[in-house]
Design a protein around this ligand. Sequence first.
Ligand code: THU
Length: 161
Amino acid sequence: MKRVDVSISYCEYDGTEGLSDIDKKLIDKAVDTASKAYAPYSGFHVGAALLLENGEIVLGSNQENSAYPSGLCAERTAIFYANSSFPDVAIDTIVILAEKNSLILEDIVTPCGACRQVILESEIRQKSDIRVLLASKSKVLVFNSIKQLLPFSFDGDLLNR
Ligand code: THU
């Protein structure tokens, strides 16, 4: 037996200083979008802002349902809309953040497993990485690919073997 360690890498910013203007704009849009979430059951408002390679910005917020599993996370709301409306346009960046009681959280929101899998599918489909920005009130984490957040992901190539 041998022990194997897996490491991930990301950049951590204190606030938005040092980020590009477009990243700052995406964070502002995600904040605005989180306030439009339909989350009467959890009170947890998540906003996702996508930058597409054609410059288009696509937004999504979580949409809950009294039959809980019928709801959808902010990330998938945004990605499925982007892939439906612009099927041939790659996603460059996704910003994810959450608000509670109308305040952006002190804590980073890390995407759920299902959303990581969906972001990965977009990377595979478009054959390029997607930058993932996780923002909180005082920190922004920047990952150069969802693969950093999903080691040992399911390999769809297995389906063809
Ligand atoms: N939620 C998201 O929108 N994105 C995530 O990555 C995690 C969770 C939503 C789903 C649900 O509406 C609420 O947050 C509480 O789980």
